[in-house]
Design a protein. Structure first.
Length: 187
């Protein structure tokens, strides 16, 4: 009888443990959410007024701003709204500076333009500043020798402008960045 009781207890224990559901907690990691820094608007055009303050000068000039995210920042300088006097095009690979009045231009990599190199400006830093601040309708760039206060108006999402690099006429003379910048004062 003792054997039957022991057997009954063993079989009962086996059956009871076989039916038992086990509760275990698994360490499941939550999915990592990566913030997409791409703006909802990828094309911006705006009229601009640039105020350049140096220790000796306080200059105001009008123009237009064209931006296409990760492709180009184009600034055209149009004093008094009459004609384009200068164009600056910043792409991830290079910068194009055109002096329309003197028919000169510079097309170079960022590290080959002393002014940009001196103030550690490249496409990424400019794009970050412009895209962060354009919704405020004001962009401020402190480049050591001068402070540029850019006021924007008539901002819109215009994807119709041509984001390809401007072709420079053969009537324009290629000059060094130092030579072109010296015409506009020290940097």
């Amino acid at each position: 009888m003792k054997i039957k009781t022991i057997l009954f207890i063993i079989v009962g224990t086996i059956v009871m443990t076989a039916c038992k559901t086990t509760k275990t907690t698994e360490n499941v990691q939550k999915p990592v959410v990566v913030k997409d820094n791409t703006p909802k608007v990828i094309n911006v055009t705006a009229k601009l007024n640039v105020n350049v303050k140096t220790q000796t000068d306080d200059i105001n000039v009008d123009g237009k701003l064209f931006m296409r995210y990760n492709e180009m920042i184009r600034i055209t300088v149009v004093p008094y709204g009459i004609m384009e006097a200068a164009r600056l095009e910043f792409t991830p690979q290079e910068v194009l500076l055109i002096d329309r009045i003197n028919r000169q231009y510079v097309k170079a990599k960022y590290e080959d333009v002393p002014f940009l190199k001196k103030y550690n400006l490249n496409f990424q830093s400019l794009q970050q500043r412009f895209w962060e601040e354009y919704p405020k309708e004001r962009i401020t760039l402190d480049v050591g020798a001068a402070i540029l206060n850019i006021n924007l108006s008539k901002i819109n999402n215009d994807a119709t402008w041509d984001a390809s690099i401007t072709s420079v006429s053969s009537r324009y003379k290629a000059v060094s960045a130092t030579e072109l910048m010296n015409k506009f004062g020290s940097y």
